[in-house]
Ligand binder design. Structure first.
Ligand SMILES: CC(C)(COP(=O)(O)OP(=O)(O)OC[C@H]1O[C@@H](n2cnc3c(N)ncnc32)[C@H](O)[C@@H]1OP(=O)(O)O)[C@@H](O)C(=O)NCCC(=O)NCCS
Length: 202
């Protein structure tokens, strides 16, 4: 495992193929990936999972599994994905939760861990593109300290761009993100310490 972030109630970690049952269950609920109109079949969930695992193994970006410590169940996903926007190449924080786990602060907790990770890596800024009629997602962004910075059309729908400046100087991220080899991170971020001592990656 290359990335593992620990929070009081959650573990945010790389997905594995063994997460398919939990992921398929989460994505089968139409309210979760509400922008996908057709049923989110198990096969589609498998392809989605494969893509996220590929991103993590590639440049280190991509959503990670949000695991409930108490039960070891995957209850959602959260992570940073590169987006080519009018403002340039930006990192977007995305999050979603199993419908049964809304209203308990888990998305905020997982999102905060991802932002802290980005801050540790020395990243400059993170955005979230949020559909203008998605108040729950906006509330998460607000709780994370993000502020609205205008509207844009994204995936054919009106979205608001939320952003947080993290204060780092490293924005282009050509070398990757979450999954950077430790040496690559250490060369950029003074005082960097891995979250879990002894792990291979970040
Ligand atoms: C977006 C999404 C993850 C937000 O879920 P959520 O449960 O509202 O967000 P959180 O997990 O942070 O929980 C916040 C709620 O828990 C409450 N809460 C309880 N304990 C809390 C704690 N320790 N910390 C923070 N909030 C807590 C908050 O008061 C808030 O309650 P409210 O809904 O009554 O206002 C969820 O709606 C979702 O999966 N949507 C579909 C996917 C999606 O749209 N993703 C975003 C795309 S841009």
């Amino acid at each position: 495992m290359r990335l593992r972030l620990d929070t009081p109630r959650l573990i945010v970690r790389d997905y594995t193929a063994a997460d398919l049952d939990d992921v398929a269950e989460i994505l089968a609920e139409p309210e979760v990936f509400w922008w996908v109109k057709e049923p989110f079949t198990r096969e589609r969930a498998r392809l989605w999972l494969e893509e996220e695992i590929g991103l993590a193994a590639g440049d280190g970006s991509g959503r990670r599994a949000v695991v409930l410590r108490q039960s070891a169940k995957v209850i959602g996903g959260a992570g940073l994905v590169w987006r080519d926007l009018d403002t340039g190449r930006e990192l977007e924080l995305g999050y979603h939760l199993h419908r049964d786990y809304w209203g308990q602060g888990f998305a905020t907790e997982a999102g905060a861990a991802c932002l802290e990770r980005a801050r540790t890596l020395g990243l400059k800024r993170v955005v979230s593109l949020i559909y203008i009629h998605n108040p729950r997602s906006e509330a998460v962004a607000r709780r994370l300290g993000m502020t609205p910075q205008g509207e844009l059309v994204w995936a054919g729908l009106p979205h608001r761009r939320w952003a947080i400046e993290l204060g780092g100087g490293w924005r282009d991220g050509q070398a990757g993100l979450f999954g950077l080899a430790r040496g690559a991170v250490e060369s950029r971020v003074r005082g960097y310490r891995p979250t879990v001592p002894g792990e291979r990656g970040v």
